[in-house]
Design a protein around this ligand. Structure first.
Ligand code: NI
Length: 135
């Protein structure tokens, strides 16, 4: 028997999508509103799914208070109220798209969880645009 426990969280951050090696016209055509030179914000929402078995002793799959702390330390404290392009080293040379952000979140949480657990992250950049990464 395997179950998945979810914890929802969020952070607010600014970003800009562009490539230095493309001219303004091409950047605007490809990245649209997210190419705005003066940056813009998103209210990112994400769901962390941890898959495993119920511990018969506790009845827990994972201690959700511990999961909450790990999410806060690894994701919220790292990304909340940041300019993703300027403040986050991983995005110095990499566009902070929702695809690249979800991989960053997954990698940071994966390091903190027992390898017996499965990990899935669903990241919403807007209420209608989201991405799921399972590793
Ligand atoms: Ni954007």
């Amino acid at each position: 028997m395997s179950l998945t426990v979810y914890r929802k969280s969020h952070f607010n951050a600014a970003h800009r999508l562009y490539r230095n090696d493309w001219d303004d016209k091409k950047n605007k055509a490809v990245f649209g509103k997210c190419n705005n030179p003066n940056y813009h914000g998103h209210n990112y929402e994400f769901e962390v799914g941890v898959t495993g078995d119920i511990n018969p002793e506790t009845g827990f799959l994972i201690d959700i208070e511990k999961l909450k702390t790990i999410i806060k330390e690894e994701v919220e404290d790292y990304l909340d109220h940041k300019n993703l392009n300027l403040d986050i080293p991983e995005f110095k040379e990499l566009n902070p798209t929702m695809e690249n952000i979800v991989v960053l979140i997954w990698n940071k949480l994966r390091k903190r969880l027992n390898s017996n657990y499965g990990l899935s992250i669903k990241l919403f950049e807007t209420p209608r645009n989201f991405v799921i990464y399972n590793g």
